[in-house]
Design a protein around this ligand. Structure first.
Ligand code: UGA
Length: 454
């Protein structure tokens, strides 16, 4: 098939590359000139394991191409994916300006039967609204459309269908999640569109659920809100564990053995970040507010997460003394919102670094992928190019992502580099007893404090 993907972010680029790898001809539309230039050189503007190779390979084989001209892609395609960003507005709602912009351009360009697939995360009802807007935009151009492309469904004539097909991929595992997803959700009321998408997704071995578009849109928000709730829930349990000297890792393990609960997303720590959970939970809460519905659990999920990040500061103050963060050198290990990505959007590191800077601390950060991006956003933080450089002379090591290279650190050696032996482990990566043996004062999240015997 000829396919057009609009937007070459995480979702668009990985979707485009995977479909190209399946043997389709994919044209990816990207309007940001720097990104486009990088893509045209066969490279990728984001760090995603395996994606560079796949883009290079599919570009070389002629299955994947890039353009900044939406019309060029839409004119030749049977399926058009909308994969543009829907960031948060100041009030928490989703900013749909990019979605409307491409919708209007699609309406101006459509010339044959096309299935428009909404991959961007959009509030409930937007897929239907996109359909209405394209129908309005097409008015007056009907005579330009070949008669054989006009589909009659339930007595209504149309040359396009708009389908909601939410994306469930995780950054850092995007290719794997696209090829082996838990499920494919198709929100469509059109048999013709459903058939086409079944054909397109045939190489993927996963259950395909067909619903109405509104339910499909809600599945995406409800899934992300539920996973975020799981994280905030275990973080609340962790905070309570600290009061009763229980160990949250053991609690999570015990809970997870119940397959109604499951072991995943029960990793306590500094909370969730990224481009999805914070944005989508806020947008769903905003939708509820606009409808006059008090979504109490979701409100708490967000509040708990915001509070959780700042518990790093409380733990540092406890170990270093509340007055003494000024002038202290604090090393932050892990600046991305999770390992294996250079994405720092809403990363816990941002809130922690800003708070430390406000308190007069000297903050030095290290991350295997995200350091350059972080330095652009929080210029007050010194960036180290090696772990040792970050830790040399530091008064505290604060671990914010569970990168493998941090877990493998020899703490006795690290102790020798640092000025003060303090670790705040925001992901419970280190063994508290090892930390103690190496001479550290250690605080994890939801773990009993191991003290040196008097
Ligand atoms: C998330 C979802 O997992 C995907 O299914 C979804 O498609 C995606 O959002 C999206 O909406 O596009 P992602 O943001 O890439 O994917 O990252 P996750 O692996 O889910 O992690 C999100 C955050 O939660 C990270 O900051 C991570 O450190 C944190 N987390 C995760 C915890 O604090 N504890 C856990 O147990 C799990």
């Amino acid at each position: 098939m000829n396919i057009c993907v609009i937007g070459a972010g995480y979702v668009g680029l990985t979707t485009g590359a995977v479909l190209a790898d399946f043997g389709h001809h994919v044209i990816c539309v990207e309007v940001e000139p720097n990104k486009l230039a990088i893509l045209r050189q066969g490279r990728t503007p984001i760090h995603e394991p395996g994606l560079d190779d796949l883009v290079r390979q599919t570009t070389r084989s002629g299955h994947l191409a890039f353009t900044d001209e939406l019309a060029e892609g839409v004119a030749v395609s049977e399926v058009v994916f909308i994969a543009v960003g829907t960031p948060s507005r100041a009030d928490g709602s989703a900013d749909l300006s990019a979605v409307w912009q491409v919708t209007d351009q699609i309406a101006q360009t459509l010339s044959h039967y096309t299935v428009i697939v909404v991959k961007s995360t959009v509030p409930v009802g937007i897929t239907d609204a996109i359909s209405d807007r394209i129908a309005t935009g097409l008015r007056g151009r009907e005579q330009e459309i070949p008669r054989e492309d006009v589909v009659t469904d339930g007595g209504v004539e149309s040359i396009f269908d708009v389908v909601s097909c939410p994306e469930f991929l995780r950054e850092g595992k995007a290719l794997m999640d696209l090829v082996h997803p838990h499920r494919i959700v198709v929100g469509s009321t059109s048999d013709r569109a459903e058939k086409l998408l079944r054909k397109l997704f045939a190489p993927i071995d996963a259950p395909l659920l067909v619903t109405d578009p509104r339910s499909a849109e809600m599945i995406k928000y409800a899934s992300n809100a539920f996973l975020a709730a799981k994280i905030s829930f275990i973080n609340e349990i962790a905070n309570l564990c600290e009061h009763v000297e229980a160990d949250v890792s053991a609690v999570a393990q015990g809970m997870g053995l119940d397959d109604r609960i499951g072991p995943k997303f029960l990793q306590a720590g500094v909370g969730f970040g990224g481009s999805c959970f914070p944005k989508d939970t806020r947008a769903l809460l905003r939708t509820a507010e606009q409808l006059g519905y008090d979504f109490a659990i979701l409100r708490a999920v967000i509040e708990v997460n915001e509070r959780q990040r700042l518990r790093v500061i409380e733990k540092l103050e406890e170990l270093l003394g509340s007055q003494s963060l000024r002038g202290r050198r604090i090393a932050l290990l892990g600046l991305a919102f999770k390992p294996e990505t250079d994405d720092i959007r809403e990363a816990p590191s941002l809130a922690v670094a800003r708070c430390l800077l406000r308190r007069g601390a000297e903050v030095v950060g290290y991350d295997p992928q995200a350091a350059t991006r972080f330095a652009e956003v929080v210029p007050g933080v010194k960036i180290a190019t090696e772990i040792r450089e970050a830790l040399e002379g530091a008064d505290a090591l604060v671990l914010l992502t569970e990168c493998k290279e941090f877990a493998e650190l020899d703490l006795a050696e690290v102790r020798g580099w640092m000025r003060t032996p303090v670790i705040v482990d925001g992901r419970n990566v280190f063994d508290p007893l090892h930390a103690l043996d190496a001479g550290f004062h250690y605080r994890g999240f939801g773990r009993p404090v191991v003290m040196e015997e008097a």
